[in-house]
Design a protein around this ligand. Structure first.
Ligand code: MN
Length: 432
């Protein structure tokens, strides 16, 4: 990953809100999303400070050229699948020209024309950035897997990134509520059907596939990095009672498929280049990384240094206007497998991936207690309730609880960039 002028710490934007020190969207970020203003249709945009650059409007100004113009035109559609299908180099071309246009070094004409394409975030409604046709959920944290399995690691865990096919139709945007699902579980040796009581969140990172691959043609590990378009935050809601009853032998089904929430902005791998770190080293006694998942570049810079947090706001906290209570603080760099390895593994049997397919990392738990990234770990499956600052306790999520995920890339000598939020309120189970 090469650093260029778009990562320059000295670069400043004439959009003043992009310069606040703890903001998620400085000029070094420029993440892609989809938005509309009332009365208009959805189109692609780029977040800068508290505003959005309307890419449809920008592509009509004459300011963009070449691959950047192609990318902005593709992003004028109601979903970004067309943009993603142009690949990461087109995205980087658009990123470079946007960075110039939004910088204080832009010419007065560039600045005036671009300013007309800015929409305040407060006046815009965000939509799902892509039409998700495929969603695959992985299990990449060794610490999560050990805690959930209690003692034993699945036989395959250290040989391949374990995954199952998730449900793309219920992938939803941050802000949309989640209905407590109905399902079957066992209680006192009886099988019951009703609203799930053991409702949980999972703090994960999502990755969007760029061009993808043809059926039958694997993606070599050395080419997997350029298939990673960008990342988002992902809450893999989990109905633990349903999941534990149904999962043997075919894996999760209704315990997961009722809802998956994602944050609205795709933070590109280009923007994340300064925050790449070596992948997790294997310990003595671990099996070697299989050859088809091993690559020197991935070893050197396959992981992302991302601080990830999960918070809860209960109805009582909301009524008292209390600050969200932090449940988890973890880092994505500690995962056992990288996204490039997940992608190469996914396609290693010839399975085709398509632009906008979504990969979930799996719960991003780290080794410490503070980095347990779901309630099943924090409360030891409901046995040890977590104490909230206002005296309330939680074993599992209750109706009206809101879960908020945040993510940020930070590094000495770099401008920190953020993901925005992924949040959703749990609604009571629908009456039947
Ligand atoms: Mn998960």
């Amino acid at each position: 990953m090469v650093l260029d002028s778009t990562h320059d710490v000295k670069r400043r934007s004439w959009v003043e809100s992009a310069g606040v020190s703890d903001g998620d969207f400085p000029i070094q970020n420029l993440p892609f999303g989809v938005f509309h203003r009332s009365g208009e249709d959805d189109r692609g945009g780029v977040a800068i400070g508290d505003s959005i650059v309307d890419l449809r409007a920008l592509s009509a100004t004459g300011l963009l050229t070449g691959r950047a113009l192609d990318a902005a035109r593709a992003a004028s559609a109601p979903t970004l699948n067309g943009l993603l299908s142009l690949g990461t180099t087109a995205a980087s071309a658009l990123r470079a020209q946007l960075s110039t246009l939004l910088s204080v070094d832009a010419s007065p004409e560039q600045r005036a024309l671009s300013a007309r394409c800015l929409v305040p975030m407060t006046g815009a409604e965000l939509s799902l950035p892509v039409a998700v046709h495929g969603f695959t959920d992985y299990l990449c944290s060794l610490d999560h897997t050990m805690r959930m399995g209690r003692t034993t690691l699945p036989a395959a865990f250290k040989h391949l990134p374990i995954a199952y096919n998730g449900r793309p139709s219920s992938v939803r945007l941050s802000g949309e509520p989640v209905d407590r699902p109905w399902g079957q579980w066992t209680s006192e040796e009886e099988v019951r059907f009703g609203p799930e009581t053991a409702l949980d969140f999972e703090l994960e990172v999502g990755a969007f596939v760029a061009t993808g691959n043809e059926l039958g043609r694997p993606i070599p590990i050395a080419a997997a990095g350029e298939q990673l378009y960008g990342l988002c935050l992902l809450n893999d809601w989990s109905a633990r009672g349903i999941q534990s009853f149904e999962s043997a032998p075919l894996g999760p089904f209704l315990g997961k498929s009722f809802s998956t929430s994602i944050s609205p902005w795709i933070v590109t791998t280009a923007a994340l280049a300064p925050f790449r770190v070596p992948s997790r080293r294997r310990e003595t006694g671990d099996p070697p990384v299989p050859e088809h998942l091993d690559d020197p570049v991935d070893r050197e810079s396959g992981a992302f240094d991302l601080t990830l947090e999960a918070f809860v706001v209960t109805p009582a906290m909301r009524a008292a206007a209390a600050a969200p209570a932090r449940l988890t603080s973890t880092n994505f760099r500690d995962m056992y497998w990288t996204f490039a390895q997940m992608l190469a593994h996914h396609a290693s049997n010839g399975c085709n991936l398509r632009p906008g397919d979504l990969l979930g990392s799996g719960t991003t738990s780290g080794p410490t207690d503070a980095s347990r990234a779901c309630l099943a770990e924090i409360t030891r499956r409901g046995a040890d309730p977590v104490n909230l600052p206002n005296g309330e306790q939680r074993r599992w999520l209750e109706d009206g609880d809101e879960v908020i995920l945040r993510g940020r890339a930070m590094r000495e000598g770099c401008v920190a960039i953020g993901f925005g939020e992924c949040r959703a309120i749990v609604r009571p189970a629908l009456d039947r």
